[in-house]
Design a protein around this ligand. Structure first.
Ligand code: 1GP
Length: 244
């Protein structure tokens, strides 16, 4: 089954949790260990990628290691680099909607679109909005960060993504952020559109994940949590809070 259908079927019943693995942050062996643990704890799939430092070598090795230990979807989360692996089950085809640089909105997408189409890779189109503080993705992606209290802009970008036919809308406040996207912003976006909403950045406790779910988030992404040495307990609580 297509990854998008799997995700849609899941979120029709309950919110979903995706675990983000950033290849340069650990060895492929360690990535496989984490993925195996997250899989057993009930995560719904894996995003692989990061804003910077992803090389063809670390991406290929990490994806191969991950695929050897899980049957759940392994999805490419592209950053600024050009690395790619044919072992991905799908690609998040992200447009960074509030970037000042057309490269992140449409140009690099145009550069890869025909190739992805010819290769027959499943693509999931995503309107990607970076909210304050934005962290490294905000900086590298040259985003005009959406202010944390600017629900109108968040809703407007979401409505534009929906009208343009995108599959998902992604509210991001940056990996490693000390705060998450405000739950009230998620609420405003859910009120504005029917698109499934992905929320990521700074989610490190079950309580916070729950608030975002109550606000209407369909998919919660966590990355940094797995970088701690003792991540299992925390990750397990978050996954349980999200998936019920
Ligand atoms: C994915 O940027 C997030 O949307 C991941 O953020 O690393 O803070 O969990 P964390």
């Amino acid at each position: 089954m297509q990854v998008q259908s799997i995700l849609r079927e899941t979120i029709a019943v309950r919110p979903a949790h995706l675990t983000l693995v950033d290849p340069p942050k650990q060895t492929p062996e360690r990535a496989a260990e984490i993925v195996q643990a997250a899989d057993q704890l009930g995560t719904d799939g894996f995003l692989v990628g990061g804003t910077t430092g992803v090389s063809q070598t670390n991406l290929l090795e990490t994806v191969a290691a991950i695929k050897s230990v899980t049957k759940k979807p392994v999805i490419f989360f592209p950053g600024e680099g050009k690395a790619f692996s044919m072992s991905f089950d799908a690609v998040l085809f992200l447009s960074l909607l509030n970037s000042r640089n057309v490269k992140f909105v449409m140009r690099s997408q145009a550069q890869s679109a025909l190739i992805l189409k010819k290769l027959g890779v499943e693509v999931i189109s995503v309107g990607y909005l970076v909210v304050e503080p934005g962290m490294s993705v905000g900086e590298v992606g040259e985003a005009d960060l959406v202010r944390r209290d600017d629900f109108w802009s968040a809703g407007s970008y979401a409505a534009a993504a929906e009208i343009m036919g995108m599959d998902f809308f992604y509210l991001e406040c940056g990996s490693g952020s000390p705060v998450t996207v405000p739950p009230d912003m998620v609420r405003a976006v859910k009120k504005a559109v029917d698109l499934p909403v992905i929320v990521g950045g700074g989610i490190r406790t079950a309580a916070v994940a729950k608030q975002l779910i109550s606000a209407g988030a369909d998919i919660i992404v966590t990355g940094t949590v797995i970088e701690r040495h003792e991540y299992r307990q925390r990750l397990s609580e978050i996954i349980r809070a999200v998936t019920g």
